[in-house]
Design a binder for this molecule. Structure first.
Ligand code: GLN
Length: 194
């Protein structure tokens, strides 16, 4: 089973290492054609405006919409969450508009630009170690979206069908259980297709 990591900008290598720990193979995706070779896709953290710009430039907006529209799982972390959202608070232009959520960028304030905590995540038994870096939060979710975790009452992990998002960076710790959760989603899709 192969999982791609969109490699336009941001934390790519760390995701590939975490995917490896689940037993799947992680591979960087630099061109749209490579999407045909993977069963799932991770859009990493970084800077969402830059990732959005590069996605437009290299044809990834339509290609990822098709990939996800065909049922393949997509996991967005931090900036990756922002680019998947239907809406960005404050009227900023949105990017892929795939997931029925409204996100606020850099939502934890200056004093808390980055911090770590242990989070309860629905579907994962023990709390997950979460690293937040200039993180977004999910302000609003549509009816089809399941909230998987909150921090101080704010939504920071959610799922809508084959789409998974987290405000934090699961690839920056040794805890690969959220990657395992995603790999299980990818495996379930593969099994359903066979
Ligand atoms: N603050 C970044 C943005 O708005 C996201 C930060 C991250 O991915 N660590 O795009």
């Amino acid at each position: 089973m192969k999982i791609g990591v969109l490699a336009l900008q941001g934390a790519v290598t760390e995701h590939i290492v975490s995917i490896g720990k689940t037993g799947a193979e992680g591979t960087p995706i630099k061109r749209v054609e490579q999407l045909g070779e993977v069963d799932g896709l991770i859009i990493p953290g970084g800077e969402s405006t830059t990732i959005g710009k590069l996605m437009r430039k290299y044809g990834f907006i339509e290609a990822i919409r098709e990939f996800a529209g065909g049922g393949k799982p997509v996991f967005g972390t931090c900036a990756g969450l922002i680019v998947l959202a239907k809406e960005i608070a404050g009227g900023e232009p949105s990017h892929l508009e795939l997931m029925d959520i409204t996100v606020a960028r850099n939502a934890f304030g200056r004093q808390r630009e980055s911090f770590e905590c242990d989070l309860d995540v629905k579907g994962i038994e023990e709390p997950v170690r979460a690293v937040f870096i200039r993180a977004p939060l999910i302000e609003k979710v549509g009816p089809g979206v399941e909230v998987l975790s909150t921090y101080n009452g704010e939504i920071v992990t959610a799922r809508e069908g084959n789409l998974l998002v987290s405000s934090f960076h699961p690839e920056l710790t040794d805890d690969f259980r959220l990657h395992q959760y995603f790999a299980d989603m990818v495996q379930a899709t593969r099994t359903a297709e066979q």
